[in-house]
Ligand binder design. Structure first.
Ligand code: HEC
Length: 112
């Protein structure tokens, strides 16, 4: 019985943690990403234009890259062809779980 309760409790905890991560992801995007990618994901910011950021609402951009590659870009950052860091790494700053939630936020821009 006690084991069952413990199991239910840990299940609930896991559920609330992932729900919190998802709820927080749009705010994280607004704080850490929108400065370059724009609140609408189109990349039409001063930085976005300078760095020729892709339009995340574009279905072709969405189709060109899989979730795990985006996860990697968000975790490790992005370098341009000259090897210059154009998007900062978030390793150790954003948890892997929150990075997954951010990929979802980026996916949600599709067609908007
Ligand atoms: C300093 C500006 C800057 C910031 C801040 C930034 N990015 Fe980027 N991001 C870029 C650049 C530049 C690229 C490479 C060009 C491109 O792919 O659009 C890029 C690429 C990406 C890609 C890959 C797009 C693709 O199809 O290859 C994703 C996804 C992404 N960023 C998400 C994020 C998220 C999420 C955050 C916030 C945690 C973030 N970026 C913060 C500049 C930035």
């Amino acid at each position: 019985m006690r084991k069952t309760i413990a199991l239910i409790a840990s299940g609930l905890l896991a559920l609330s943690v992932s729900a919190a991560a998802l709820a927080g992801a749009p705010e994280t995007f607004a704080q850490k990403c929108a400065g370059c990618h724009g609140k609408d994901g189109k990349g039409q910011t001063t930085m976005g234009k300078k760095l020729s950021i892709k339009d995340l609402t574009d279905a072709k951009v969405q189709a060109a890259t899989k979730d795990d590659a985006w996860e990697k870009s968000i975790t490790e950052g992005v370098k341009n062809d000259a090897g210059k860091v154009v998007m900062p790494a978030n390793k150790g700053k954003i948890t892997p779980e929150d990075i997954k939630a951010l990929v979802k936020v980026c996916r949600d821009f599709k067609g908007k």
